[in-house]
Design a protein around this ligand. Structure first.
Ligand code: DGT
Ligand code: CA
Ligand code: CA
Length: 572
């Protein structure tokens, strides 16, 4: 799959333009292309072959030309020129969280720093704090950022793993020799980051299957090449393990290789107590195999109901299954609308009618358009005037829509003092208000907690977006007392978002479960900036399932009328 490779190049271009101090809107345009490429459900080469590059939302004429050049020649002159003009390590320094282009450039000019290692050394040696506008805090931030970056290496985001696996599975499925095929491991458990991709196959003729697999065009290194197991490294440094088993063992192998390890240990203990043995070939009583073909029968044979993969972390799921008390987890098909969508009115790509059309195709009954508020200028935040105009436009559009409703919403900034970046008189006119923190991430825990609580006490605020503010592998959550947030959310009838974007997944699985324990309902939104990204809902649903959430815990499993009633309750 070339999509991620191209995305990386566009990301680098944006980095370099940033260092050069180019217009932030131009930089953002490149970042948008990155997001688009990363979320494309189809191979870019196939789209190109059909001559549809320009139809990809978010890809303008200029970017389309660059993609074409890359696909045709494997190179991009513009990119090469940019690279020539800057020291290599300087661009890499930007991948350290909290190191922006200004800092990187200053360090380069004043201290001659050209790499992450040199930067770390300088921060440790206290050489940076003397520079203009920099202090001990800067050095601490740099060191923490370097550590975060080092922790990141080796694991990929769930979204990346999912797309890569789909692309591999798609191609292997076309082979006659492949019977059943499924992801396994942490990917099947929908864990927010994935170490390596595991795929399980049944086949009577494993050899040709493995031959095709290790020779896929994106394979750069073959670690193992056998009939039952092959492992490769792909061009983006990702490891993929494929195992082939007989169909009679598929269920047992799937159970075994889905993990988690801790879960499997529990399973074997329970089996042992019943005089049974479980391994990747089946469930055995003595020499007799009593289960193995279907995963469900593996669980049934040891006295458990089938445990959904997302729960298999040894967090009480085995005990619940023993009592027959597993939750009935929410499913993607239960979702009736997307609660957090951006349009071209702010920093999204698509128009509201385009977004509505795509939502309808997904089988949704509504979407909430939640464009940014005025203070977020770089994201094209809406002024009072434009907000009112948008509300009027949505009203007009809704008149023409059958069986579908566009909710006029807003992603309204929570200012550092906890007030909202929008007048009440305008908030009043919105169907749903999603409040979010985009600035002042470094406030201390008391300030941050009361800031969020103050926002929740505003009777117009329905949802707190991405409540902990983390970006997976890039930015730690801000300091906030989540127990207090949960208590206040319940008291004020405020919902918490589970932002489904792969680098957010915020609330995470554990916080979702905690929120549920407090009786709080969750709003699932994609935070999509183009219509294709509505697909990321699946990662949000996966995370919700890992948080033991059921249909009744998620407000956008409600039919429109019930949802509106629920939203209206707080305003009374
Ligand atoms: P990852 O790749 O780090 O995100 O996590 P997993 O869970 O995908 O781990 P991985 O790829 O090492 O192995 C896949 C599954 O195979 C794992 O979840 C459970 C099973 N497995 C692997 N090694 C062992 C083992 O030594 N003992 C047991 N019981 N199971 C194992
Ligand atoms: Ca794995
Ligand atoms: Ca593995």
């Amino acid at each position: 799959m070339r999509n991620l490779e191209l995305a990386e190049i566009f990301d680098r271009i944006a980095d370099m333009l940033e260092i050069k101090g180019e217009n932030p809107f131009k930089v953002r345009a490149y970042r948008k292309v990155v997001l688009t490429l990363e979320s494309l459900p189809e191979d870019i080469e196939r789209i190109y072959e059909r001559g549809r590059l320009k139809n990809i939302p978010g890809v303008g004429e200029g970017s389309a030309k660059k993609i074409e050049e890359l696909l045709k020649t494997g190179k991009l002159a513009y990119y090469e020129e940019l690279k020539e003009s800057l020291p290599e390590g300087l661009v890499e320094m930007l991948s350290v969280p909290d190191v922006g282009p200004k800092t990187a450039q200053l360090l380069y000019k004043k201290l001659g720093i050209e790499s992450i290692d040199e930067m770390e050394k300088a921060a440790k040696g206290g050489k940076i704090k003397g520079l203009e506008g920099m202090g001990e805090k800067t050095e601490e931030n740099i060191l923490r950022g370097v550590e975060l970056l080092r922790r990141r290496t080796g694991r990929m985001l769930l979204g990346t793993a999912y797309q890569m696996s789909q692309s591999i599975i798609e191609r292997l499925t076309t082979m006659d020799e492949v019977e059943l095929i499924s992801p396994a491991g942490s990917l099947r458990r929908m864990k927010e980051t994935v170490g390596d991709i595991d795929i399980l196959i049944t086949s009577k003729k494993p050899k040709p299957v493995m031959d095709i697999f290790v020779n896929l065009p994106e394979v750069t290194q073959v670690l193992a090449h056998g009939d039952t197991k092959s492992s490769v490294i792909m061009e983006n440094r990702v490891q993929v393990d494929v195992r082939v088993v007989e169909s009679g063992s598929f269920g047992a192998a799937l159970q075994y290789f889905t993990g988690s390890k801790q879960h499997n240990i529990k399973i074997r203990e329970i089996a042992g107590k019943n005089g049974l043995k479980v391994n990747e070939y089946g469930v055995f009583r003595g020499k007799k195999k009593i289960a193995g073909k279907e995963e469900e029968e593996v669980y049934l044979s040891i006295g458990l109901s089938h445990i959904p993969p997302e729960l298999r972390e040894d967090r009480g799921e085995v005990e619940s299954a023993l009592k027959g008390k597993l939750p009935e987890l929410v499913e993607l098909s239960d979702i009736k609308g997307d609660m957090h969508v951006h349009s071209s009115w702010s920093d999204g790509v698509d128009t509201i009618p385009e977004l509505a059309e795509s939502a309808k195709k997904l089988g949704y009954g509504y979407i909430a358009i939640c464009d940014h508020s005025a203070s977020l200028k770089v994201a094209g935040g809406l002024s009072r005037e434009r907000r009112l105009k948008q509300i009027a436009e949505i009203k007009k559009l809704n008149k023409k829509m059958a069986d579908f409703r566009i909710l006029a919403g807003g992603e309204i900034d929570i200012r550092t003092d906890g007030t909202l970046d929008c007048e009440e008189e305008v908030l009043k006119k919105l169907d749903i208000v999603v409040a979010a923190i985009h600035t002042g991430f470094k406030q201390d825990i008391e300030t941050m907690t009361s800031r969020i609580i103050k926002a929740m006490r505003n009777k117009f605020v329905n949802v707190i977006a991405h409540p902990t503010g983390r970006l997976i592998q890039t930015r730690d959550p801000y300091q906030v007392d989540m127990q207090k947030v949960f208590t206040e959310a319940k008291r004020t009838n405020t919902f918490l978002e589970l932002n489904s974007f792969p680098d957010r997944l915020d609330l995470n699985d554990i916080n979702c479960r905690e929120a549920k324990a407090h009786g709080i309902k969750i709003a699932l939104g994609t935070d999509c900036h183009n219509r294709m990204q509505m697909e990321v809902m699946r990662y949000g649903v996966g995370t919700a399932r890992r948080g033991w959430l059921e249909k009744k815990d998620v407000i956008n499993c409600l039919e429109l009328d019930d949802l509106l009633k629920l939203l209206a309750k707080k305003r009374k």
